[in-house]
Design a protein around this ligand. Structure first.
Ligand SMILES: [Mg+2]
Length: 120
């Protein structure tokens, strides 16, 4: 059975891109959420093995949504997706309890590496 990924991003393009990059791998996109509220509301129903979380989104942003998911679900595994690679940001992302950080633009290698790291 493939591992279930829940993509959270206000851009539908990210969902399509991740679906494509995961073709033929051990992972599949099980759900797409366009904002933090939806991710929090649907986590229990989707029960993903891992979540990819965009940071800048309208409403509850990715930092806050990740913190809520990690608080509510001990088993949550979260990959924070960012275009900002500076040390301060990376430290902050790990500081909230995320298991991996992934940088845009995405590559298949980077995506798979981050998903596996989150599940390790
Ligand atoms: Mg965004």
């Amino acid at each position: 059975m493939k591992k279930k990924v829940m993509v959270v991003d206000d851009s539908r393009m990210m969902d399509l891109q991740i679906r494509k990059l995961l073709e033929g791998t051990e992972f599949e996109v099980a759900a797409y959420c366009e904002n933090g509220e939806e991710a929090i509301a649907r986590y229990e129903e989707v029960r993903p093995d891992v979540v990819t979380m965009d940071i800048i989104m309208p409403g509850i942003d990715g930092m806050e949504a990740a913190q809520v998911l990690l608080y509510e679900h001990d088993e949550a595994r979260i990959v924070m997706v960012t275009s900002l690679g500076c040390d301060d940001v990376i430290q902050e992302l790990y500081g909230i309890g995320a298991q991996a950080v992934l940088f845009k633009p995405l590559t298949r290698e980077g995506l798979l590496g981050a998903l596996k790291k989150a599940l390790a």
